[in-house]
Each structure stands twice: as C-alpha cells, then as structure tokens.
Design a protein around this ligand. Sequence first.
Ligand SMILES: *Cc1c(COP(=O)(O)O)cnc(C)c1O
Ligand SMILES: [Zn+2]
Length: 503
Amino acid sequence: MNINEFPKEVRSRLVPAPGGDLVYNCLGCSAVHGIDSLLYTCPECGSVLMIEDRDFDRHLEIPGPLWRKIFDFRKSLNIPALKGVYLFHEFVGPDMPLENIVWLGEGHTPAVEASPELQKKAGVRFFFKNEGQNPSASFKDRGMASAFSRINHLIKNGVLSDVLAICASTGDTSASAALYAAYLKPHVTSAVLLPRGKVTSQQLSQPLGNGAVVFEIPGVFDDCMKVVEELSETCEVALLNSKNAWRILGQESYSYEIAQDFSYDTGRLAVVVPIGNAGNITAVMNGFLKFHRAGIIETLPKIIGVQSSHANPVFRYYSEEDPSRRRFSPVSVKPSVAQAAMIGNPVSMPRVIRLAEEYEKIAGQKKFFVVEVSEQQIMDWQLTANRYGNIACTHGGESLAGLVNAKGQGIVTDEDVAVLDSTAHMLKFAGFQQMYFENNFPQHYGITPHSSLVNVPQAVQPPGFCEQPETDSRDEEEFGTFVKETAKIIAGRLGLKKKKVIP
Ligand SMILES: *Cc1c(COP(=O)(O)O)cnc(C)c1O
Ligand SMILES: [Zn+2]
C-alpha cells in the first residue's frame, strides 16, 4: 500500500523520525550518564544501568487509540527496518535513524494457542509465544538487534571502529551475538565464553558456524560472566550480555508484541517467563510499564517468573513475603535441563527488584510472582507440550510447569489467559529429550522418565535383506520384494486395514 492510502491520522507518524532524549540511569547511585559511548555499569558506583527517555512524556500527547492504530498500520508497511523490534521505534530506540537499524528477521514471533487437549491438561487457557522462531532460534535476537543496531549506529557515526563483541553465555546469547556480529563484518568480530560441557552441541555449533572465537571455560555461566566483566572493564570490547542496557530495550518488544497480539487488551493476561540472568523478565515488565504509561494498554497483565529448584535465587528472594526482610543471596546452581537459565547470581537482579516494586505500585495490587518448578516437571511438561503439537523447548516446558504450579497456588485463575514464553527452539535441546527417552539422565538431574512420554525409533528389517545395503547394488526385482516386505511389516505393526478392492 502507498503511504497516501493509509488513514490520514496515522500517515505522518507511520515512518518514525529520530527523536527522544535517551540517557543511562544508574540503579545504584541514580547518576545519569550520556549515551554517546557504550557503558555497561555506572562508572561512579559500578551498578547496572537502565536506559531512559527523558522526553517520554511527548508520547502522552498521542492518545492510546491513535498509538494502537499507528502500530497496527505500520505492521503492513514494507520497510525492513520496521519489520522487527523497531516496529515500536518510539519505545525501543527512538533516536535511531532507520538506515542504521540491523534487521535479521527477528521479532513478531507467533503467539500460538496451545492445543485444546494440552489446555485441558494444564487447566488454563494459554498460548505459547514461540521465540524459537527468531533467526538464531531464541528470544536473545530481540536484544541483539537493538544492541547491534546501536553498535552499527556508533560505527556509522565514527564513534566506534573495529569492534570486538564479547559475551559470556549459557548458549543462546553467544549464538545470537555471533550471528549479528558476523552480519556487520568487517567492522565487528566476536568472541564468546562458554562454560565447558554446559551448552548443547547445537548451541555450540552456532557461534562456531558464524566464525566467532569460542572459548570454553572450566566452570558455570556465573564464572564466565566474571571473566567477561573483567575483560570489559579492562579492555576495549563491546559487552553483549544483558548487562548491556541496549539489550533490555530491544527485548521490551516482546511485551509490545503481546499487547498487539491480543488487540491491546492485556487486563486478563498472565505472562509467564523463565528467569535466568533476569534480563528477559526485566524487559517484559519495563515494556508493559511503558505501554501503560503511554495509555496504549489500560491494565497491566500479571507477570509470573519461573525458576527451576536447581537455580532459584530469584524465587528464594521473593519467597520472603515481607519486602523489608528480603535479602538477595546468590546460589550455587545444580545441573538443569533449563540450561539457559542455570544461573545462580543474576546480573539483572537490581533491575528486577526495582521494576517489580514499581509494577505493583502502578498496578495497585499484587501482579508480580515467582514460582518454582522441579526438573522432573520441566521435562514432563516440555514433552507433553510437544506431544500435543507445540514446539516447546525445555524453557517452554519450564514456563508450562510454572503455569500449572501457579494455577495450583491460585495465582492464575480460570478467567486468566496465559502467554508462555517458549524462549528457544526445541531442537537446541534435543539431547535432553534423548536422555529422557533413553533413561540415562545423570543422577543429579533427578529425572525419571514416564513411560507414556517415551518414544524410540523402531527398526524395520525385512528377512533375507542385508542390514546396511548399498541401494544401487539391488536389482529391480530384489528392490520390489524389499518394498513389499517392508510395507507388510509396517502395516502389521500399525495394524492397518487393507483397502477395499472396488471390483
Ligand atoms: C537466556 C535464556 C533464558 C533466560 O533469560 P534471562 O534473560 O537470562 O533471564 C531462558 N531461556 C532461554 C532459551 C534463554 O536463551
Ligand atoms: Zn551509580
């Protein structure tokens, strides 16, 4: 459609112009820092930062219904820069010129209603938002699109050159960072630090394929994070972990999309998110808060964070009911199938504490919850979800297990509609499914397979045929017999009925 064919009231706002007044806000000492350079922590006190638009109130001049129209009509434009997280440009990165935006196909993942049978089992109406359908197959691409667009912007403006993008990762951050860095060659290269043996082979193959320098470190993610922090404090590198506040901005698009997916009617929604380093849940809350402040949504949805009992520092913090008595302490993690969330000392904890408090103040009631699930529940619900036609990864299973527990505790009621973050593609975690099916989980996971969920391939061997044949060595007659014999065995095992022969 030509711009002139859009409704008059949205035309001038369909293609956003750079604006806003962005600054870094320190969550520790409240210092304000300019955004001209990449900062990860406050130079004065070392705390984490959030990016704030000091000119946010200009958005209030546009009424909520008009904003909704702008975003809905903008979605039908054919401008690549606005096809991803920057569809919500004014909220995600208002000062970005469109020509510096990097879009690799991330964002606008489908919110797919779970199959009726699965919803019955869970006892709640719910949707999976399939974040595994992002380009590197996890939600991390949202934040990376924002962070790398910023890097691209700074390169184009001559502020940066020859950037080395670096991150610690439980697998998906490095996959995503390596992809976006490779796209910005030759100006950007990447190096990633992984806990040895604690990312899946699929995840490991991703940064290797994109040409990142991959370091495997003895230890867990939290240890890799410390090394990367040391590097980013002492050397010229661009840190791409969610400590980087630009990542949070891009990830807020997840909430904006949910608002749009549900026609901006968010009052009955319960948004369920697995928590690892806590960047995602930070962004999800901040996104809804910003849309609420601008009048684009009227009611804040419930937010339900989920943690495995094997990596549960945020759950522990909030299990103390009295806010004045809450104390954060890191935990030592145990092996978890929700491997990307196996983090004992989440970098974004100060952000969560700040935002959860603000969220409930504005909502005027309890709307932020953290529930705990067992490793067994995660696997069982992941496999059950996939059995019913969904594409849940282990973390999607964690979300579903969390929803079921939240329903059991009365946090979610029959009137609620839940949106579950299936944060990555199930194929990245196929190894856990295999361990379940083969019943060989190392003992410390504490997972026993239910036979009803196990599935294994069946060998078919027609008698008299070689087990590893070279296809081209068969003659036509022999091959004909092979096809008939094999089909007979399969028809027998499946109990198929013979077709009626019509005379
Ligand atoms: C990173 C990640 C998480 C955890 O998100 P945080 O922002 O670290 O809390 C969960 N699931 C998957 C698949 C991830 O890659
Ligand atoms: Zn500070």
